[in-house]
Design a binder for this molecule. Structure first.
Ligand SMILES: Cc1cc2nc3c(=O)[nH]c(=O)nc-3n(C[C@H](O)[C@H](O)[C@H](O)COP(=O)(O)O)c2cc1C
Length: 325
């Protein structure tokens, strides 16, 4: 009888393993079908526009004034024209008009008007940019204004947080990071499994490894940035239905952590983590992170500088987010 149970247990494990592979395979097919990777259908214009315009928005924040964005502007205008033909004039579309207006103004301010892409865009300016263009570009925030808001109410806290990419040179205090962890760990997690961990990269040698990985670090003050690697422990998950739980739980955790940092006067920015399995494996070895943890995201962080310039990053209308069924 006992042997029979053992045998049944083994069969169940084998079925679960096969099912897990199958579900990952289906994930891949699903991704191929619906993501931007292959699907350039009209339904995707909004995201293609938002993605391109953000690159330009960030470029405008860069402290050094140099010509940039000619190729991105041309691609953006091309997607916008396709979106317009089918009447997809969404918030993202109007934000893109705003960023084109900013880009043109920047080129004029810097006397780069001999640039052929500038000239082309300028020639068709009235067709590309309408009166409904949404203000884009940058906002300047100083440290005092930020700190005034963070101890107020929740909406002040939310509206005053922006991803910051330049930081003061004051080293992060252990006590501040400790308090932020205490607040971050109050985020919900599936069955309270609390599978997220933070690796604070302190050694100079490892910091330079972080900078060499190819994270989205352009425009950052690398000398003063601190790097916090957020992982989730794969051991926490039970079956195929939980295959995406790690990223979801890490997202909740990182959001709480980011607000906690802001509350302590620490600016931060998530850095996209999109590495191949082989690269991730190598980096985890170097950083001494166990292989059964997955890196969800890296945060760059540091105390707010006295003056900060950040992209305006306008948000879509609520009607574009809430659908009643
Ligand atoms: C998962 C994730 C990855 C991100 N990766 C980067 C990045 O690699 N480089 C960067 O400069 N900003 C990055 N950001 C910051 C976003 O650009 C920023 O959150 C967005 O534009 C909204 O602006 P806000 O955070 O100032 O409100 C990332 C944000 C998230 C949530």
């Amino acid at each position: 009888m006992a042997n029979q149970f053992k045998e049944k247990g083994k069969i169940k494990i084998a079925i679960d393993v096969i099912r897990t592979f199958w579900e990952y395979y289906l994930d891949a097919l699903y991704y191929k079908r619906y993501s931007m990777l292959m699907n350039k259908s009209p339904k995707n214009y909004e995201y293609q526009i938002l993605l391109r315009l953000h690159g330009l928005e960030k470029g405008i924040c860069m402290p050094d004034s140099r010509k940039f964005g000619q190729e991105k502007i041309e691609v953006l205008i091309d997607i916008m024209s396709k979106a317009k033909i089918i009447g997809e004039v969404t918030t993202g579309y109007l934000m893109a008009e705003g960023i084109i207006r900013e880009w043109i103004e920047l080129f004029e301010k810097n006397h780069w008007t001999d640039d052929p892409v500038y000239q082309k865009v300028k020639l068709n300016y009235n067709e590309i940019v309408s009166d409904d263009a949404i203000d884009s570009g940058i906002i300047r925030i100083n440290k005092e204004q930020i700190l005034e808001k963070v101890n107020g109410n929740f909406s002040d806290l939310c509206y005053s947080r922006h991803s910051t990419r330049r930081y003061s040179s004051v080293p992060l205090k252990n006590s501040d990071i400790d308090e932020c962890i205490s607040l971050a760990k109050m985020s919900p997690s599936a069955c309270n499994r609390q599978m997220c961990k933070i690796y604070w990269i302190e050694s100079e040698q490892l910091r330079s490894v972080m900078e060499s990985i190819g994270l989205g670090l352009s425009g950052f003050s690398k000398e003063t940035a601190n790097y916090l690697v957020i992982t989730f422990d794969m051991k926490a998950f039970n079956y195929y239905g939980e295959r995406d739980q790690g990223y979801f739980n890490a997202g909740l955790f990182v959001m709480n952590f980011t607000y906690a940092l802001h509350y302590k006067g620490i600016g931060s920015c998530c850095l996209q983590w999109g590495q191949a399995h082989s690269v991730e494996k190598k980096i985890k070895n170097i950083l001494n992170i166990p292989q059964d943890e997955k890196i969800a995201v890296v945060l760059a962080a540091g105390y707010y500088d006295d003056e900060n310039i950040v992209p305006l990053s306008h948000r879509r209308d609520n009607e574009e987010i809430l659908y009643r069924r």
